[in-house]
Write a protein that binds this ligand. Structure first.
Ligand code: BG6
Length: 468
């Protein structure tokens, strides 16, 4: 049995514009929802952008992308996943014509990737709906969002399809159920949002995603369009059949999103759920036809698994947006995200069995507090905990490949420290590259290679053969 990963396996890292670019009003950009979320999903948005929001400056990637990409190239990245900030290209979101300066930035970024041998993987919408669309339309609750998104996606395909083959329509599209502002640009506070409006927004996003897939394939049938979902396997807390069923139900809430993307129609269990909630969706005649445009691959983030219990007295713990009942057998990160490398093998196998579509692990990583120390005369972070996490999860990818699963690539979340999506902190660091910036906004923005930088470089250099 060979240890190496398949030839051409894509190795790299993933980021999102709002978490690292900064320059939030530069070259015609207007605010996105992120610019009024200084506490992430932990607190309601502010009226206007406030200086305590670390995302306004990010890690200044907008001005430093060349040297940051040099660091990624040094690690041997063959792929780089980033998002386009919608509000750079369509600053309000509902304009007729795009902002040329915004497109020009991504022209430069794409060319900079290609000249360093990195395949760009673009997320069209990563938690950064233009603020105007959230405020004036209540985000995806409004059907007109489909047309705005179609225009935006078409603009990107027409401009970049000659250089960009891999596209993801929405980051973690299933997160809208848990974080409606973040993932759906929905201004109504979650506690006041009716199931009808929430699921109507889900429907609009799914139609928009399928429509973008259609548009992309019309422009160039060779383009590879993927959906992107949070993968979070749910294990029954006990062997009681009722817990097994609870776990299945929890997983299905998420799986439904990729089911629609892969099969082109709503699954029966999802329709039942709507009936039980008393939700009657407003579905236009052409919507069901549009949904039939299925994706070429399924991409996902994987950070943790959860447990499920039929007992309503069992409380959920903290975790990646979705949350769930803590697993008593697993360790947790400082932020309460449970560490479960085997879960990645389970997800890869389950997804492959369910949809038979190629898979792409586009996010996986460990958020931790790092300490900058001097070793052999240079500043670094001795992050053995991150190397351990990386290695264990890559071994699971290797096992899944041996199980016969078709996996196209692996992009680590936040190869350079970025602002956290859930908490808006910089101290929750994922990077192989340390960025000198603190939660209070101080710091030089200097970059330093961590110990994990060399570890990932060695793994990529060996095409995964030396994982142990
Ligand atoms: C995913 C998001 O949910 O997890 C990223 O797609 C996010 O945007 C990542 O940064 C890690 O989460 P957090 O909250 O630790 O930044």
């Amino acid at each position: 049995m060979t240890n190496a990963f398949p030839e051409g396996f894509l190795w790299g890292g993933a980021v999102a514009a709002n978490q690292l670019e900064g320059a939030y009003l530069e070259d015609g950009k207007l605010p996105s929802i992120q610019d009024v979320m200084p506490k992430g999903i932990a607190a309601p948005p502010t009226e206007e952008p406030t200086p305590d929001n670390l995302k306004l400056e990010g890690i200044d990637f907008y001005h430093r992308y060349e040297s940051d990409l040099d660091l990624f190239a040094e690690m041997g990245f063959t792929a780089f996943r980033f998002s386009v900030a919608w509000s750079r290209v369509f600053p309000r979101g509902d304009e007729e014509a795009p902002n040329e300066a915004g497109l020009a930035f991504y022209d430069r970024l794409i060319d900079a990737c290609l000249s360093r041998g990195m395949t760009p993987v673009i997320t069209i919408s990563h938690y950064e709906t233009p603020l105007h669309l959230a405020r004036a339309y209540n985000g995806w609750v409004d059907r007109r969002m489909i047309a705005f998104y179609e225009r935006y996606a078409r603009t990107l395909f027409e401009r970049f399809a000659d250089r960009v083959e891999y596209w993801l329509t929405f980051n973690e599209i299933n997160a809208v159920l848990h974080a409606p502002l973040l993932a759906g640009g929905i201004w109504t506070p979650k506690e006041e949002l009716s199931p009808r409006d929430l699921y109507q927004a889900v429907h609009h996003e799914l139609v928009a995603s399928a429509s973008a897939t259609r548009i992309a394939h019309e422009i160039d049938p060779e383009l590879k369009i993927g959906c992107m979902v949070i993968a979070s396997p749910a294990y029954p807390l006990t062997p009681a059949p009722s817990d097994v069923w609870a776990a299945k139900q929890l997983e299905r809430d998420s799986l439904a999103f990729a089911d629609v993307h892969c099969r082109g129609a709503y699954p029966g269990f999802f329709l039942r759920k709507l009936r039980e909630l008393g939700v009657e969706l407003d579905v236009a005649d052409e919507d069901l036809e549009t949904l039939r445009h299925t994706v070429d691959f399924v991409s996902f983030s994987y950070y943790m698994s959860v447990c499920a219990s039929a007992d309503p007295g069992v409380r959920a713990g903290r975790g990646n947006i979705m949350g769930g009942v803590p697993n008593p057998t697993l360790p947790s990160s400082e932020w309460g995200w449970q560490i479960d490398p085997v879960g990645l093998r389970i997800v890869l196998n389950d997804f492959w069995d369910r949809w038979g579509k190629p898979l792409f692990v586009v996010e996986n990583g460990l958020g931790a507090r790092d300490e900058l120390v001097e070793v052999d005369g240079r500043l670094t972070v001795v992050d053995d905990y991150r190397i351990e996490y990386l290695t264990a999860h890559l071994k699971s990818v290797r096992e899944a490949l041996r199980d016969g699963v078709d996996v196209w690539g692996y992009t680590w979340w936040g190869p350079i420290d970025v602002v956290s999506a859930s908490t808006a902190q910089l101290s929750k660091r994922y990077g192989f590259v340390y960025v000198d910036r603190n939660d209070d906004g101080t710091g030089t923005l200097e970059r330093y290679r961590k110990k994990s930088f060399d570890a990932y470089r060695a793994i990529i250099a060996g095409n995964g053969a030396d994982l142990g």
